[in-house]
Design a protein around this ligand. Structure first.
Ligand code: ADP
Length: 335
């Protein structure tokens, strides 16, 4: 009981820290300059025309700042965002209720848009295109369709799997922005900004160590920083130097490039069981007892950016830099 309580408090602390770390102005949102510039143009144009902005889609791996951007767009439009997600919308009526309750000019943010049920998507199309809500009332021969006007609103959707988004939905966004992993310099800036907000003393070498292990992902950078802070606190360290940062990473079983045990397992299984590949993703999913979606969405994108893994038509192949990083000799190599 006491244990559960403690975990709950830690989770709550983490949540309030996350809240404090979320950028609240464009100037605090590090990197992604091209996306920010384009969004500013879309927003300014909408403001000038005194209309709601085009619907916008953000695509890219988890933790890169899609939700944060949605809130910033709302703020710039002088409005606020109502939030829901694909899996939270269980019935067409759920979406209808949200849409009819929107205030003029509001943003509707739908996270995990690739998980919207196709029947619910049908409700979204006329809402996005013509601000109409078509409701079917009654059943059988006496059923009638009622058409309601909706307030001007902007849909901002986010997805980690753009390829799973249906074509009709995708084509209804006025702009699609693809977020990519952050550069090491941008991640360093994010670590420094977060350390400043948390009042932490992090030495430059430690910033570099944490940034390198952050998988180019702001959410990971913030998580590693929080864990380094815990580690420093428990070990009575006033400041976080490179040694403390490395020890905190080792405690989490995260290596200097940010690989976690599951990433290393994925690579070693391909190397040891499938001779380095190619191996099909379904076979890999069975060998790892891991969902195919998780492999494709969480593990592979980062391993591919490191040049450790390649997706080929025949399956996944582990590339030489991964052997080097793991200290495994490639079969057939003499050295
Ligand atoms: P997503 O919706 O893509 O999963 P979030 O918008 O929830 O990602 O971002 C995760 C966290 O990372 C946020 O709470 C925020 O603190 C931080 N973050 C994301 N992008 C940036 C950025 N560009 N600059 C600074 N912090 C960021």
């Amino acid at each position: 009981m006491a244990q559960t309580k403690k975990i709950k408090t830690e989770e709550k602390d983490d949540l309030s820290i996350d809240h404090a770390l979320r950028p609240r102005a464009w100037s605090e949102y590090v990197g992604q300059e091209k996306i920010k510039d384009s969004l500013r143009v879309i927003i300014e144009a909408a403001k000038k025309r005194k209309e709601s902005s085009d619907h916008v889609l953000f695509a890219g791996p988890a933790g890169l700042g899609k939700t944060t951007l949605a809130y910033l767009v709302a703020q710039e439009l002088g409005s606020h965002a109502r939030t829901t997600s694909g899996p939270a919308l269980e019935k067409a009526g759920d979406l209808a209720a949200i849409l009819t309750n929107l205030e003029p000019g509001e943003i509707l943010f739908i996270d995990e848009a690739h998980r919207i049920n196709p029947l619910i998507e049908e409700v979204l199309y006329p809402a996005m295109e013509a601000r109409k809500l078509h409701l079917v009332i009654g059943k059988g021969p006496s059923a009638r369709t009622l058409s309601l006007d909706l307030p001007a609103f902007t849909l901002v959707a986010a997805t980690t799997r753009e390829n799973l988004l249906s074509q009709p939905l995708r084509s209804r966004f006025g702009a699609t922005f693809r977020l990519n992993y952050y550069t090491p310099d941008d991640i360093k800036k994010i670590v420094l900004r977060s350390a400043g907000i948390l009042g932490m003393d992090v030495l430059p070498e430690a910033v570099a160590v944490l940034a390198r292990a952050s998988r180019g992902t702001p959410r990971v950078a913030n998580r590693l920083l929080k864990r380094a802070r815990d580690y420093a606190e428990v070990n009575n360290k006033k400041e976080i130097d490179a040694k403390v940062a490395r020890e905190a990473l080792a405690m989490l079983e995260i290596d200097e490039l940010g690989l976690e045990p599951q990433d290393r397992r994925l690579l070693t299984i391909i190397i040891e069981k499938f001779n380095g590949g190619p191996v099909g993703v379904n076979t890999l999913s069975a060998a790892l007892s891991e969902d195919r979606g998780v492999i494709e969405e969480i593990y592979e994108p980062y391993l591919m950016t490191l040049g450790f893994l390649q997706r080929s038509p025949l399956g996944r192949i582990v590339l030489p830099p991964a052997y080097e990083h793991l200290g495994i000799k490639k079969k057939g190599d003499l050295l």
